[in-house]
Design a protein. Sequence first.
Length: 134
Amino acid sequence: MVSGAEGADLIATALEGGGAGAQGAAVAEEGGANQQGGAYETVFIDAAGDADSVIEDKIRVSTAPKRLTVVSSDRKVQAAARTRKATVVKSEVFWNSVGKQLGKVKTTKEPGGKRWGISESETEHWLKFFGLEQ
C-alpha cells in the first residue's frame, strides 16, 4: 500500500459501486484521522455523474495538493494531479498492494463449538448457572 515513506496513505480514486449505476470518488489527505494516518472523504455520484471530474475538482481545490496521493489509471486525472504536485499511483499498482496487505492478515481458527454447538452437559451447566433449568 502507499506508505508514509511513499508520500503517505492518501487516496483520491474513482470507485465503482454504491448502488445501481452509482460511482464513487474517495479523496484522502495526509494528517487526518483514519487508521493509516490520513483523512478521507467518500462521495457517491449518480449514474449520470462523472467520478473523474469530481476527483479533478477535489485536486484543484485542495489547499495542500502535495499531501495528496491520487490513485487512478485515467491519464486526465493523473495529469491534473501532477500539475498540482500530488503523488500519482496507478490503480493496478494500488490494487496489487491491497491484495498483498490482505494476504498478510492472520486468521484465527474458529473454536469447534461455534460450528457444532456445545455439548449437552455444557448446556445444562449454563442453564443452571443462569437459573434457567428446565
